[in-house]
Design a protein around this ligand. Structure first.
Ligand code: 6PG
Length: 241
C-alpha cells in the first residue's frame, strides 16, 4: 500500500468514475469557497474519457463551478492540436466544449511549437497562473501506464530524475514520439492527486507500483508522493485483483 495514498476499489469502472466525478465536485466547491478558483490538471489516454463525459452531464454540468475552473494538462503528446491522440483535443470534444469553462481558463500545452519550446512556454504559463506563488494545483488527475509511467514520465527517461518544479519535453522511444510533461516535483505540490486505474491489464503494474520497493526509474508512478497534499488511488476491481 502506498504510504501516502489511500486505495479505493470500485466494483465497476462506472462506479469508479462516478466517485471520481463526485470527488472533483467536492474539491472544486471547496477550492472556490476558499480561494474563488479551482485549478485542475487533466490526464490523457483512454481511461478518463468516461469521467469527462460524466462531468459534461447533469448533475455535474449544473453543479460544478465551471466559470471559476482553470484547466491545465499534466502532459501532452507532440502531435497536431487537432490529432485524435492529442489529450486536449480529447478533453475538448468530450467535456470542455460542453461546459461553460471560459475559453481563457483553458490552458492547452502548445504542441504546435517544438517540444522544447512548448515545454518552456507552458512552464512560464503555469508559473504566471500561480503569480509566483507555489504552483500547487487543487487537483491533478493521473493515469497509470502498463509500464509504470504516469503523465509522460516514462521509465529510463531523463525526466524521471528531473528535480525541477516545471514542465519538460521528452522523447518516448517506444512510441517514437515527443511528449511534454509536468515533472514529478511539480505534480507533488498539488493539494490532491487522483490516480484513475481501470481494467485487468493494469492489475500487475498497479500492484508493483503500490507494493514493490521504490524503483522510480523502472516505475515512475512511484515518484508521485505529494509533499503536503493527498494522494488518492481509484481502481476498479479488475485492476485491483
Ligand atoms: C497520456 C497520459 C498517460 C496515461 C497512461 C494510461 O498522455 O497517455 O497522460 O500518462 O494516463 O498512459 O493511459 P490509458 O488510460 O490509455 O491506459
Amino acid at each position: 500500500m502506498n504510504t501516502k495514498g489511500d486505495l479505493n476499489i470500485y466494483e465497476t469502472s462506472g462506479e469508479l468514475f462516478g466517485a471520481a466525478a463526485r470527488l472533483i465536485l467536492t474539491l472544486a466547491k471547496k477550492a472556490v469557497d476558499e480561494r474563488q478558483q479551482f485549478s485542475i490538471a487533466l490526464s490523457g489516454g483512454n481511461t478518463p474519457g468516461q469521467l469527462y463525459a460524466l462531468l459534461a452531464g447533469p448533475p455535474f454540468l449544473n453543479e460544478m463551478p465551471w466559470r471559476k475552473t482553470f484547466v491545465f494538462w499534466g502532459d501532452e503528446r507532440c502531435v497536431p492540436l487537432d490529432d485524435a491522440r492529442n489529450n486536449a483535443m480529447q478533453a475538448r470534444s468530450v467535456l470542455l466544449d460542453k461546459v461553460p469553462v471560459p475559453p481563457q481558463n483553458v490552458h492547452r500545452i502548445p504542441v504546435n511549437l517544438s517540444p522544447k519550446e512548448a515545454a518552456a512556454v507552458y512552464e512560464k504559463e503555469v508559473k504566471e497562473f500561480f503569480a509566483g506563488a507555489v504552483p500547487a494545483f487543487d487537483l491533478i488527475l493521473l493515469g497509470l501506464g502498463e509500464n509504470g509511467h504516469t503523465a509522460s514520465i516514462f521509465p529510463e527517461t531523463p525526466v524521471v530524475s528531473e528535480q525541477a518544479i516545471g514542465i519538460r519535453h521528452v522523447f518516448v522511444e517506444e512510441q517514437g514520439m515527443f511528449r511534454v510533461t509536468m515533472t514529478a516535483p511539480l505534480i507533488n505540490l498539488a493539494n490532491h492527486i487522483l490516480f484513475l486505474v481501470t481494467g485487468k491489464e493494469k492489475a500487475g503494474i498497479l500492484e508493483t507500483v503500490l507494493t514493490a520497493p521504490y524503483q522510480p526509474a523502472s516505475f515512475p508512478a512511484q515518484l508521485i508522493q505529494p509533499r503536503d497534499g493527498v494522494l488518492h488511488w481509484f481502481a476498479d476491481k479488475q485492476a485491483a485483483r
